[in-house]
Design a binder for this molecule. Structure first.
Ligand SMILES: [Zn+2]
Length: 131
C-alpha cells in the first residue's frame, strides 16, 4: 500500500471514529432523557400514593401505580435497545455469557464461547430480535 493510500485510510478511519463518537453521544443523550422520564414517573407514582394516603384509602392509587410501573417498564426496554445500539455502533458484539467483545473476536475471553464465523449484527430496524 502506498504512502498516500495509507494516509487516506488513516483519514477515513479518523472520520469514521468521529462519526461513531457523535452517534454514541447522541444515543447516550437519549438514554439520559429516558432515565429522566423514569424519575418523573417515580415522582408521579409517589404523588398518587401520597394523595391516596391523605384521602384515607391507599387502594385509590392502585391504578396509577400500575400504569406508572408499566410506563417505567417500557422506558427501561427502550433504554436497553439504545444500549444495544451503542454496542453495534462501536462494532462490538455480546457473548452468550453477557461479556461485550469486539466484533471480530473469535473466542470469548470470558467463557471461551466460540463465535460463529459471521459476526452477529443487531438489526437496527428490528431491534426486538434478541441474539
Ligand atoms: Zn462469553
Amino acid at each position: 500500500m502506498s504512502f498516500f493510500d495509507k494516509m487516506k485510510q488513516g483519514a477515513s478511519e479518523a472520520a469514521k471514529k468521529a462519526q461513531q463518537t457523535v452517534e454514541i453521544t447522541r444515543i447516550k443523550a437519549s438514554i439520559f432523557a429516558k432515565q429522566k422520564e423514569i424519575e418523573r414517573q417515580y415522582q408521579l407514582i409517589g404523588q398518587q400514593v401520597y394523595q391516596a394516603y391523605s384521602s384515607g384509602s391507599l387502594s385509590l392509587a392502585e391504578t396509577a401505580i400500575a400504569s406508572g410501573a408499566e410506563a417505567i417498564k417500557l422506558i427501561e426496554q427502550e433504554i436497553k435497545l439504545l444500549e444495544h445500539k451503542i454496542v453495534e455502533v462501536k462494532k462490538e458484539k455480546e457473548c452468550v455469557c453477557g461479556k461485550v467483545v469486539l466484533a471480530d473476536t473469535k473466542y470469548c475471553p470470558g467463557c471461551g464461547y466460540k463465535f460463529p464465523n459471521e459476526p452477529v449484527i443487531i438489526d437496527l430496524e428490528n431491534p426486538s430480535r434478541e441474539p
